[in-house]
Design a protein around this ligand. Structure first.
Ligand code: 6PG
Length: 234
C-alpha cells in the first residue's frame, strides 16, 4: 500500500479503546450500507483487551458475522483455539462467530480446504481484516517458511488454506489454517494492532524492504490495495 499510517498510543489500554472505536465504526458503516457486516479478527493475545472493549459497544450484533483471520488446528474449546477466544467476547452479544476449524485433524491441507469452503459462503470482500504480527514477521498464520509462497501466491479465488509452519511456532505449536494473501489484501479495511518495540522494528524493516521482504507482513503490506492503519503501543 502507498498509504501506511502509524497510530501510537501510551499503553495497550489506550490502543484498545481506539481500535475498538474504529472497528465499531467500520461495522456500523457496513450495517448502514447493506444491513450486515462480515469481519475477520486476529487471534493471539494482543487483541484480547480490544475485544473486551468492542464487545461493550452498542451495535446490532445479530447482523455481525465474525471469522478468525487464522486458526490453530485444535478442537473447539481448546485454550489455543482463536475462535474460542473471540467467541467468549462476542457470542454472548448475539454475533455469529464462525469456527473455521471444527475438529482436530492431522491433515492440515484438508482443514484448509474446509476453511476455504466456509469463507466462500461469506459476503466478500470482508468489511475488515484486523491483523496481528509475530516477532518473526508472520501475520495471520502466514509464516516465513515452506507455506509462504502458497499462502501469498496461491490461486486468486482461494480465501483460506492449511499451513504447517516449520518450525512450529512456540506459542502454539500446531498446524494452522489461515486467510490467504488474497483474502487479506482485498478486505475493505485493513488494520494491524501490535505492541512492543520488537514488533515495531520488524514492521518498519518490512515496510522498508517492500515487495521483496522476507517477512510475510512485508509482502502483505506491499500488496495491500487500500490504506493500512498500524496501531501500536509499547
Ligand atoms: C495466531 C495469530 C497470529 C498473531 C500473532 C501475534 O493465531 O497466533 O492470529 O498471527 O496475531 O502471532 O500474536 P500475539 O498477539 O499473541 O503476540
Amino acid at each position: 500500500s502507498d498509504e501506511i499510517e502509524w497510530w501510537d498510543y501510551d499503553d495497550a489500554k489506550e490502543m484498545a479503546e481506539a481500535v475498538a472505536g474504529d472497528v465499531q465504526f467500520i461495522i456500523e458503516s457496513a450495517i448502514d450500507a447493506r444491513g450486515a457486516a462480515v469481519v475477520a479478527l486476529s487471534g493471539g493475545k494482543t487483541p484480547i483487551p480490544i475485544y473486551d472493549k468492542l464487545a461493550r459497544a452498542k451495535l446490532d450484533w445479530k447482523r455481525v458475522t465474525i471469522v478468525p483471520v487464522d486458526e490453530r488446528i485444535v478442537p473447539l474449546g481448546d485454550p489455543l483455539s482463536n475462535v474460542t477466544m473471540i467467541g467468549k467476547a462476542f457470542i454472548p452479544k448475539g454475533a455469529r462467530v464462525i469456527p473455521i476449524v471444527s475438529q482436530s485433524t492431522a491433515d492440515h491441507k484438508a482443514a484448509g480446504r474446509a476453511a476455504d469452503a466456509i469463507m466462500q459462503d461469506l459476503h466478500w470482500p470482508l468489511d475488515l481484516c484486523l491483523l496481528g504480527v509475530g516477532a518473526d514477521g508472520h501475520t495471520a498464520s502466514i509464516f516465513p517458511g515452506p507455506d509462504y509462497d502458497e499462502a501469498l501466491n496461491g490461486p486468486r479465488e482461494r480465501r483460506a488454506l492449511g499451513v504447517m509452519p516449520d518450525p512450529l511456532p512456540v506459542e502454539a505449536p500446531v498446524p494452522r489454517v489461515t486467510l490467504s494473501r488474497q483474502g487479506i489484501v482485498t478486505a475493505r479495511a485493513l488494520m494491524i494492532a501490535v505492541t512492543g518495540a520488537e514488533k515495531r522494528r520488524v514492521i518498519e524493516q518490512a515496510i522498508a524492504q517492500g515487495p521483496s521482504s522476507p517477512y510475510p507482513i512485508g509482502r502483505v503490506l506491499a500488496d495491500a490495495e487500500l490504506p493500512v492503519d498500524i496501531h501500536w503501543a509499547p
